[in-house]
Ligand binder design. Structure first.
Ligand code: PGA
Ligand code: ZN
Length: 416
Protein backbone atom coordinates (compact mmCIF):
# COMPACT_ATOMS: atom_id res chain seq x y z
CA UNK A 1 0.00 0.00 0.00
CA UNK A 2 0.96 3.62 -0.51
CA UNK A 3 0.90 5.67 2.67
CA UNK A 4 2.07 8.93 1.15
CA UNK A 5 1.93 10.34 -2.39
CA UNK A 6 3.21 13.89 -2.70
CA UNK A 7 4.92 16.30 -5.06
CA UNK A 8 7.38 19.13 -4.63
CA UNK A 9 7.94 21.95 -7.12
CA UNK A 10 11.68 21.82 -7.89
CA UNK A 11 13.88 23.32 -10.66
CA UNK A 12 14.91 21.47 -13.79
CA UNK A 13 18.24 21.80 -15.63
CA UNK A 14 17.03 24.91 -17.49
CA UNK A 15 15.93 26.62 -14.29
CA UNK A 16 12.23 26.03 -14.94
CA UNK A 17 9.93 24.50 -12.34
CA UNK A 18 9.13 20.80 -12.51
CA UNK A 19 7.89 18.11 -10.13
CA UNK A 20 9.63 15.74 -7.78
CA UNK A 21 7.19 13.04 -6.73
CA UNK A 22 7.59 10.96 -3.57
CA UNK A 23 5.74 7.75 -2.84
CA UNK A 24 5.95 6.05 0.54
CA UNK A 25 4.91 2.45 1.04
CA UNK A 26 3.44 0.68 4.06
CA UNK A 27 6.69 -1.16 4.73
CA UNK A 28 8.56 2.14 5.07
CA UNK A 29 10.03 2.37 1.54
CA UNK A 30 10.44 5.83 0.01
CA UNK A 31 10.57 6.22 -3.76
CA UNK A 32 11.18 9.37 -5.80
CA UNK A 33 10.95 10.49 -9.40
CA UNK A 34 11.95 13.70 -11.21
CA UNK A 35 9.82 14.85 -14.15
CA UNK A 36 11.54 15.93 -17.40
CA UNK A 37 10.27 18.67 -19.74
CA UNK A 38 10.83 19.35 -23.44
CA UNK A 39 11.34 22.56 -25.43
CA UNK A 40 10.84 21.31 -28.99
CA UNK A 41 7.69 19.42 -28.14
CA UNK A 42 5.38 17.64 -30.57
CA UNK A 43 1.90 19.16 -30.77
CA UNK A 44 0.27 15.79 -29.98
CA UNK A 45 2.18 15.16 -26.75
CA UNK A 46 0.28 14.65 -23.50
CA UNK A 47 -0.23 18.03 -21.86
CA UNK A 48 2.07 19.41 -19.18
CA UNK A 49 0.01 21.27 -16.58
CA UNK A 50 1.55 24.68 -15.84
CA UNK A 51 0.08 27.38 -13.61
CA UNK A 52 -0.02 30.15 -16.21
CA UNK A 53 0.49 32.78 -13.52
CA UNK A 54 2.80 35.35 -15.14
CA UNK A 55 3.87 36.57 -11.70
CA UNK A 56 5.56 33.23 -10.94
CA UNK A 57 8.25 31.72 -13.19
CA UNK A 58 6.77 33.44 -16.23
CA UNK A 59 3.68 31.25 -16.00
CA UNK A 60 5.72 28.02 -15.82
CA UNK A 61 5.03 27.19 -12.16
CA UNK A 62 3.72 23.70 -11.43
CA UNK A 63 1.89 24.26 -8.13
CA UNK A 64 -1.43 23.12 -9.66
CA UNK A 65 0.14 19.86 -10.85
CA UNK A 66 1.75 19.42 -7.42
CA UNK A 67 -1.64 20.03 -5.78
CA UNK A 68 -3.20 17.39 -8.04
CA UNK A 69 -0.65 14.85 -6.77
CA UNK A 70 -1.07 15.85 -3.12
CA UNK A 71 -4.85 15.92 -3.42
CA UNK A 72 -6.85 13.87 -5.92
CA UNK A 73 -4.10 11.44 -6.88
CA UNK A 74 -2.99 10.76 -3.31
CA UNK A 75 -6.62 10.25 -2.27
CA UNK A 76 -7.15 7.74 -5.07
CA UNK A 77 -3.97 5.74 -4.38
CA UNK A 78 -3.71 5.79 -0.59
CA UNK A 79 -5.17 3.04 1.51
CA UNK A 80 -5.95 0.66 -1.37
CA UNK A 81 -3.98 -2.50 -2.09
CA UNK A 82 -2.31 -2.26 -5.50
CA UNK A 83 -0.78 -5.32 -7.08
CA UNK A 84 0.69 -4.01 -10.33
CA UNK A 85 1.92 -0.89 -12.10
CA UNK A 86 -0.58 -1.28 -15.00
CA UNK A 87 -3.42 -1.19 -12.43
CA UNK A 88 -2.11 2.02 -10.90
CA UNK A 89 -1.52 3.62 -14.31
CA UNK A 90 -5.03 2.67 -15.47
CA UNK A 91 -6.43 4.29 -12.32
CA UNK A 92 -4.42 7.45 -12.97
CA UNK A 93 -5.64 7.66 -16.58
CA UNK A 94 -9.20 7.10 -15.41
CA UNK A 95 -8.97 9.70 -12.68
CA UNK A 96 -7.65 12.32 -15.12
CA UNK A 97 -10.41 11.49 -17.57
CA UNK A 98 -9.07 13.44 -20.58
CA UNK A 99 -7.47 12.06 -23.75
CA UNK A 100 -4.41 14.30 -23.34
CA UNK A 101 -4.01 14.15 -19.53
CA UNK A 102 -4.63 17.87 -19.42
CA UNK A 103 -6.81 17.93 -16.30
CA UNK A 104 -4.35 16.61 -13.71
CA UNK A 105 -1.33 17.12 -16.00
CA UNK A 106 0.90 14.60 -17.78
CA UNK A 107 3.73 15.94 -15.61
CA UNK A 108 1.83 14.94 -12.46
CA UNK A 109 0.83 11.54 -13.87
CA UNK A 110 4.22 10.56 -15.25
CA UNK A 111 5.99 11.51 -12.00
CA UNK A 112 3.60 9.38 -9.95
CA UNK A 113 3.83 6.52 -12.45
CA UNK A 114 7.66 6.55 -12.34
CA UNK A 115 7.78 6.70 -8.53
CA UNK A 116 5.22 3.88 -8.30
CA UNK A 117 7.29 1.80 -10.76
CA UNK A 118 10.20 2.20 -8.34
CA UNK A 119 7.98 1.20 -5.43
CA UNK A 120 7.06 -2.03 -7.24
CA UNK A 121 10.76 -2.67 -7.88
CA UNK A 122 11.40 -2.27 -4.15
CA UNK A 123 14.97 -3.12 -3.24
CA UNK A 124 15.66 -4.88 -6.55
CA UNK A 125 17.06 -3.13 -9.62
CA UNK A 126 14.42 -1.07 -11.44
CA UNK A 127 15.46 -2.47 -14.83
CA UNK A 128 14.70 -6.01 -13.74
CA UNK A 129 11.23 -5.14 -12.58
CA UNK A 130 10.42 -3.15 -15.75
CA UNK A 131 11.51 -5.96 -18.07
CA UNK A 132 8.63 -7.05 -20.34
CA UNK A 133 8.09 -10.78 -20.77
CA UNK A 134 10.13 -12.29 -23.57
CA UNK A 135 12.40 -9.26 -23.97
CA UNK A 136 16.12 -9.67 -23.41
CA UNK A 137 17.76 -6.89 -21.42
CA UNK A 138 20.71 -5.12 -23.01
CA UNK A 139 23.03 -2.19 -22.32
CA UNK A 140 22.32 0.52 -24.92
CA UNK A 141 24.71 2.42 -27.16
CA UNK A 142 24.79 5.96 -25.77
CA UNK A 143 24.08 8.72 -28.29
CA UNK A 144 25.94 11.75 -26.96
CA UNK A 145 24.62 15.11 -28.12
CA UNK A 146 27.89 17.02 -28.60
CA UNK A 147 26.69 20.03 -30.59
CA UNK A 148 23.44 21.91 -29.98
CA UNK A 149 21.35 24.22 -32.15
CA UNK A 150 17.68 24.90 -32.83
CA UNK A 151 15.65 25.87 -29.78
CA UNK A 152 18.31 24.31 -27.50
CA UNK A 153 20.92 27.00 -28.16
CA UNK A 154 20.98 30.71 -29.00
CA UNK A 155 23.17 30.24 -32.11
CA UNK A 156 22.39 30.41 -35.86
CA UNK A 157 22.30 26.64 -36.31
CA UNK A 158 18.87 25.34 -37.35
CA UNK A 159 19.58 21.64 -36.74
CA UNK A 160 18.98 20.85 -33.08
CA UNK A 161 21.19 17.85 -32.24
CA UNK A 162 24.45 16.39 -33.52
CA UNK A 163 25.12 13.14 -31.68
CA UNK A 164 28.05 10.75 -31.63
CA UNK A 165 27.29 7.05 -31.15
CA UNK A 166 30.16 4.65 -30.32
CA UNK A 167 28.38 1.83 -32.12
CA UNK A 168 31.62 -0.13 -32.52
CA UNK A 169 32.66 0.07 -28.86
CA UNK A 170 33.13 -3.32 -27.20
CA UNK A 171 31.48 -2.35 -23.92
CA UNK A 172 29.51 0.38 -22.19
CA UNK A 173 32.53 1.76 -20.27
CA UNK A 174 34.52 1.93 -23.53
CA UNK A 175 31.59 3.68 -25.24
CA UNK A 176 31.54 6.32 -22.49
CA UNK A 177 35.30 6.76 -22.78
CA UNK A 178 34.98 7.26 -26.55
CA UNK A 179 32.19 9.81 -26.03
CA UNK A 180 34.22 11.80 -23.53
CA UNK A 181 37.34 11.68 -25.72
CA UNK A 182 35.55 12.93 -28.85
CA UNK A 183 33.75 15.61 -26.84
CA UNK A 184 37.07 16.87 -25.43
CA UNK A 185 38.66 16.84 -28.89
CA UNK A 186 35.70 18.74 -30.34
CA UNK A 187 36.04 21.42 -27.65
CA UNK A 188 39.74 21.82 -28.53
CA UNK A 189 38.96 22.06 -32.26
CA UNK A 190 36.29 24.71 -31.70
CA UNK A 191 38.60 26.72 -29.42
CA UNK A 192 41.41 26.55 -31.99
CA UNK A 193 39.06 28.00 -34.63
CA UNK A 194 38.04 30.81 -32.30
CA UNK A 195 34.52 29.42 -31.99
CA UNK A 196 32.55 29.67 -28.77
CA UNK A 197 32.72 26.61 -26.50
CA UNK A 198 29.73 27.50 -24.33
CA UNK A 199 27.05 24.84 -23.97
CA UNK A 200 23.45 24.40 -25.09
CA UNK A 201 20.58 22.90 -23.10
CA UNK A 202 21.73 19.30 -23.50
CA UNK A 203 25.39 19.97 -22.74
CA UNK A 204 26.69 20.02 -26.32
CA UNK A 205 28.73 22.95 -27.62
CA UNK A 206 26.78 25.78 -29.23
CA UNK A 207 29.12 27.57 -31.64
CA UNK A 208 27.78 29.96 -34.25
CA UNK A 209 28.07 27.67 -37.25
CA UNK A 210 25.05 27.80 -39.55
CA UNK A 211 25.65 24.99 -42.05
CA UNK A 212 24.96 21.46 -40.79
CA UNK A 213 27.58 20.09 -43.20
CA UNK A 214 30.26 22.27 -41.59
CA UNK A 215 29.36 20.82 -38.20
CA UNK A 216 29.47 17.27 -39.57
CA UNK A 217 32.95 17.88 -40.98
CA UNK A 218 34.19 19.10 -37.60
CA UNK A 219 32.70 16.13 -35.76
CA UNK A 220 34.33 13.66 -38.15
CA UNK A 221 37.64 15.43 -37.54
CA UNK A 222 37.13 15.23 -33.77
CA UNK A 223 36.34 11.50 -33.99
CA UNK A 224 39.46 10.84 -36.07
CA UNK A 225 41.76 12.96 -33.94
CA UNK A 226 40.47 11.29 -30.79
CA UNK A 227 41.74 8.02 -32.28
CA UNK A 228 38.47 6.43 -33.39
CA UNK A 229 37.22 5.33 -36.76
CA UNK A 230 34.29 7.41 -38.03
CA UNK A 231 31.43 5.03 -38.83
CA UNK A 232 29.64 1.99 -37.55
CA UNK A 233 32.84 0.10 -36.72
CA UNK A 234 33.87 2.96 -34.46
CA UNK A 235 32.01 6.16 -33.68
CA UNK A 236 29.04 6.99 -35.92
CA UNK A 237 26.93 10.13 -36.10
CA UNK A 238 23.23 10.55 -35.36
CA UNK A 239 21.22 13.65 -36.23
CA UNK A 240 18.09 15.14 -34.76
CA UNK A 241 17.38 18.26 -36.83
CA UNK A 242 13.99 18.55 -35.02
CA UNK A 243 12.74 19.94 -38.31
CA UNK A 244 9.23 20.81 -37.08
CA UNK A 245 10.95 23.83 -35.49
CA UNK A 246 12.28 25.21 -38.80
CA UNK A 247 9.32 24.23 -40.94
CA UNK A 248 6.90 27.07 -41.68
CA UNK A 249 4.86 28.32 -44.65
CA UNK A 250 5.35 24.99 -46.41
CA UNK A 251 9.17 25.24 -46.42
CA UNK A 252 12.10 24.08 -44.35
CA UNK A 253 14.34 27.01 -43.44
CA UNK A 254 17.99 25.94 -43.22
CA UNK A 255 20.81 28.48 -43.03
CA UNK A 256 18.81 31.13 -44.88
CA UNK A 257 17.50 28.84 -47.62
CA UNK A 258 13.84 27.83 -48.03
CA UNK A 259 13.72 24.14 -48.98
CA UNK A 260 10.85 21.90 -50.04
CA UNK A 261 10.30 18.46 -48.55
CA UNK A 262 11.96 16.93 -51.64
CA UNK A 263 14.91 19.32 -51.31
CA UNK A 264 15.36 18.25 -47.69
CA UNK A 265 15.33 14.58 -48.64
CA UNK A 266 17.98 15.21 -51.31
CA UNK A 267 20.03 17.16 -48.78
CA UNK A 268 19.88 14.28 -46.27
CA UNK A 269 20.75 11.79 -48.99
CA UNK A 270 23.93 13.76 -49.69
CA UNK A 271 24.75 13.99 -45.96
CA UNK A 272 24.35 10.25 -45.51
CA UNK A 273 26.64 9.74 -48.49
CA UNK A 274 29.33 12.19 -47.39
CA UNK A 275 29.33 11.58 -43.63
CA UNK A 276 28.98 8.53 -41.34
CA UNK A 277 25.42 9.43 -40.32
CA UNK A 278 23.71 6.23 -39.19
CA UNK A 279 20.51 7.65 -37.68
CA UNK A 280 18.22 10.57 -38.57
CA UNK A 281 15.47 11.70 -36.21
CA UNK A 282 12.66 14.08 -37.21
CA UNK A 283 14.28 14.78 -40.58
CA UNK A 284 10.89 16.08 -41.68
CA UNK A 285 8.16 17.89 -39.77
CA UNK A 286 5.49 16.19 -37.68
CA UNK A 287 2.73 17.23 -40.11
CA UNK A 288 4.60 16.22 -43.28
CA UNK A 289 3.44 12.58 -43.49
CA UNK A 290 3.71 12.50 -47.30
CA UNK A 291 7.29 13.72 -47.07
CA UNK A 292 8.01 11.13 -44.36
CA UNK A 293 6.66 8.37 -46.63
CA UNK A 294 9.00 9.51 -49.43
CA UNK A 295 11.93 9.88 -47.04
CA UNK A 296 11.36 6.33 -45.80
CA UNK A 297 11.23 4.92 -49.34
CA UNK A 298 14.36 6.85 -50.35
CA UNK A 299 16.58 6.39 -47.29
CA UNK A 300 14.94 3.74 -45.11
CA UNK A 301 17.40 1.05 -46.22
CA UNK A 302 20.46 3.17 -45.55
CA UNK A 303 19.70 4.97 -42.34
CA UNK A 304 17.63 4.63 -39.20
CA UNK A 305 14.69 7.07 -39.49
CA UNK A 306 13.50 7.93 -35.99
CA UNK A 307 10.10 9.50 -35.31
CA UNK A 308 9.94 11.81 -32.29
CA UNK A 309 7.59 14.79 -32.77
CA UNK A 310 5.64 12.77 -35.34
CA UNK A 311 5.05 9.67 -33.11
CA UNK A 312 5.18 11.25 -29.60
CA UNK A 313 5.41 7.77 -28.00
CA UNK A 314 1.69 7.42 -28.70
CA UNK A 315 0.48 3.86 -29.43
CA UNK A 316 -2.37 5.06 -31.69
CA UNK A 317 -0.11 7.31 -33.78
CA UNK A 318 2.61 4.66 -34.01
CA UNK A 319 0.02 2.16 -35.27
CA UNK A 320 -1.08 4.60 -38.00
CA UNK A 321 2.54 5.30 -38.97
CA UNK A 322 3.44 1.62 -39.17
CA UNK A 323 0.45 1.06 -41.49
CA UNK A 324 1.78 3.76 -43.80
CA UNK A 325 5.39 2.51 -43.45
CA UNK A 326 6.54 5.83 -42.10
CA UNK A 327 9.98 5.79 -40.52
CA UNK A 328 11.61 2.65 -39.14
CA UNK A 329 12.39 3.64 -35.56
CA UNK A 330 10.62 5.22 -32.57
CA UNK A 331 11.97 7.73 -30.10
CA UNK A 332 10.63 6.86 -26.65
CA UNK A 333 9.92 9.58 -24.09
CA UNK A 334 7.88 8.78 -20.96
CA UNK A 335 6.39 12.24 -20.57
CA UNK A 336 5.15 12.42 -24.16
CA UNK A 337 2.48 9.85 -23.31
CA UNK A 338 2.37 10.25 -19.54
CA UNK A 339 2.57 6.83 -17.86
CA UNK A 340 5.16 4.06 -17.72
CA UNK A 341 2.59 1.45 -18.79
CA UNK A 342 1.61 3.33 -21.96
CA UNK A 343 5.30 3.86 -22.74
CA UNK A 344 5.90 0.11 -22.50
CA UNK A 345 2.85 -0.43 -24.72
CA UNK A 346 4.25 1.96 -27.36
CA UNK A 347 7.52 0.06 -27.16
CA UNK A 348 5.76 -3.27 -27.66
CA UNK A 349 4.08 -1.92 -30.81
CA UNK A 350 7.44 -0.76 -32.17
CA UNK A 351 9.00 -4.16 -31.43
CA UNK A 352 6.11 -6.01 -33.10
CA UNK A 353 6.37 -3.76 -36.18
CA UNK A 354 10.10 -4.38 -36.49
CA UNK A 355 10.88 -0.74 -35.74
CA UNK A 356 14.02 -0.02 -33.71
CA UNK A 357 13.80 2.21 -30.63
CA UNK A 358 15.84 4.90 -28.97
CA UNK A 359 15.08 5.80 -25.35
CA UNK A 360 15.34 9.54 -24.76
CA UNK A 361 15.73 12.22 -22.10
CA UNK A 362 14.22 15.71 -22.54
CA UNK A 363 16.09 18.99 -22.94
CA UNK A 364 14.84 19.99 -19.48
CA UNK A 365 15.99 17.28 -17.06
CA UNK A 366 16.50 16.35 -13.42
CA UNK A 367 19.17 14.00 -12.05
CA UNK A 368 16.63 11.13 -12.17
CA UNK A 369 18.21 8.26 -14.19
CA UNK A 370 14.93 6.34 -14.75
CA UNK A 371 15.47 6.14 -18.53
CA UNK A 372 18.76 4.25 -18.09
CA UNK A 373 16.87 1.42 -16.39
CA UNK A 374 14.07 1.62 -18.96
CA UNK A 375 16.57 1.29 -21.81
CA UNK A 376 18.24 -1.77 -20.27
CA UNK A 377 14.90 -3.38 -19.36
CA UNK A 378 13.44 -3.08 -22.83
CA UNK A 379 16.61 -4.09 -24.69
CA UNK A 380 16.39 -1.24 -27.19
CA UNK A 381 20.16 -1.04 -27.63
CA UNK A 382 19.98 2.75 -27.93
CA UNK A 383 19.66 5.72 -25.58
CA UNK A 384 20.18 9.46 -25.94
CA UNK A 385 20.75 11.49 -22.79
CA UNK A 386 22.75 14.49 -23.95
CA UNK A 387 26.45 15.28 -23.78
CA UNK A 388 28.96 13.21 -21.80
CA UNK A 389 29.02 16.18 -19.41
CA UNK A 390 26.76 18.05 -16.95
CA UNK A 391 25.14 16.42 -13.95
CA UNK A 392 21.62 15.81 -15.22
CA UNK A 393 23.00 14.18 -18.42
CA UNK A 394 25.79 12.05 -16.93
CA UNK A 395 23.39 10.83 -14.21
CA UNK A 396 21.86 8.60 -16.90
CA UNK A 397 25.19 7.40 -18.30
CA UNK A 398 26.58 6.81 -14.80
CA UNK A 399 23.53 4.73 -13.92
CA UNK A 400 24.26 2.59 -16.99
CA UNK A 401 27.82 2.14 -15.68
CA UNK A 402 26.40 1.00 -12.33
CA UNK A 403 24.08 -1.50 -14.02
CA UNK A 404 26.93 -2.70 -16.20
CA UNK A 405 29.19 -3.24 -13.16
CA UNK A 406 26.46 -5.03 -11.20
CA UNK A 407 25.37 -7.24 -14.12
CA UNK A 408 28.55 -7.91 -16.14
CA UNK A 409 26.85 -10.54 -18.30
CA UNK A 410 24.43 -8.08 -19.91
CA UNK A 411 25.15 -7.74 -23.63
CA UNK A 412 26.06 -4.27 -24.93
CA UNK A 413 25.29 -2.69 -28.27
CA UNK A 414 22.64 -2.17 -30.91
CA UNK A 415 19.86 -4.73 -30.91
CA UNK A 416 19.76 -6.65 -34.16
P1 PGA B 1 13.00 18.37 -26.32
O1 PGA B 1 14.08 17.90 -27.38
O2 PGA B 1 13.21 17.59 -25.07
O3 PGA B 1 13.28 19.84 -26.18
O4 PGA B 1 11.65 18.11 -26.95
C1 PGA B 1 14.53 16.59 -27.50
C2 PGA B 1 14.28 16.04 -28.87
O5 PGA B 1 13.74 16.73 -29.77
O6 PGA B 1 14.60 14.88 -29.10
ZN1 ZN C 1 13.81 14.89 -31.25
Amino acid sequence: TFTEVSALEILDSRGNPTLQVTVTTGDGGRYRAGVPSGASTGTREAVELRDGDPERYGGKGVTKAAAAVDGEIADALRGQRWTSLPDVDAALIDLDGTATKSRLGANALVGVSMAVARAFAGNGPLWQSLQPEGVLPRLPVPHFNVLNGGVHAPNDLDFQEFMIAPVGAPSLPEALRAGAAVYARLRALLAARGDATGLGDEGGFAPNIALPEDVLRLIVQAITEAGYEPGRDGVAIALDPASSEFSRDGSYHVAGEALSSDDMIARYEQMVTDFPVWSLEDGLAEGDWDGWAKLTTRLGDRVQLVGDDIFVTNPAIITAAVERRIGNSCLIKLNQIGTVTETLEAQRLCRDAGYTQMISHRSGETPDPFIADLAVATGTGQIKAGAPARGERVAKYNRLLEISAAAPDLPFGLAD
